[in-house]
Design a protein. Structure first.
Length: 153
């Protein structure tokens, strides 16, 4: 069949090289097709996750702004309370009693509407409020309660 050993070797080598090239081309084509299918399958899932992440970032941004606004409001309220305490420090006891009564009525109204929650003075002192403010208001309210037995402070 073969005229010489060299012809057999050449055909053998050609067959082997062709087989390897064919396998490589088939592998490459399969690899590319498989890769494209995987990307096409993963793309919608990735988009969903990306959209959820974007929404979470927007929610976080809104929450941070609300927190900043609340901190600003709390600092403003604390400044008003400090000014009221400094003003009433040397005022007659009747004025301090009126302040405590107004504070009680206003607080109860806001607690009923859900704008405030009822907390103890101990819990208030554990928060970021100035200890001096808490102690002063507590002392005034206790004095006002001692003079007025019909109110609970």
């Amino acid at each position: 069949m073969y005229q010489s050993r060299e012809a057999y070797t050449a055909e053998s080598i050609g067959h082997s090289v062709g087989l390897k090239q064919g396998q490589a081309q088939g592998y490459e084509a399969g690899h590319i097709d498989g890769w494209n299918e995987a990307i096409a399958d993963a793309k919608p899932k990735f988009q969903q996750l990306e959209n959820k992440l974007r929404e979470a970032r927007e929610d976080l941004s809104i929450a941070r702004q609300v927190n900043n606004d609340q901190s600003f409001a709390l600092n403003a309220a604390q400044s008003l309370v400090i000014a009221a305490i400094q003003t009433l420090e040397n005022a007659p006891q009747e004025f301090r009693d009126n302040f405590c009564n107004a504070l009680l009525e206003c607080s109860n109204k806001h607690i009923k509407t859900g704008h405030l929650r009822k907390i103890s003075l101990i819990e208030l002192s554990e928060q970021n409020c100035s200890q001096n403010i808490v102690n002063t208001i507590k002392r005034w309210c206790e004095d006002a309660a001692a003079r007025s037995n019909d109110r609970e402070y």
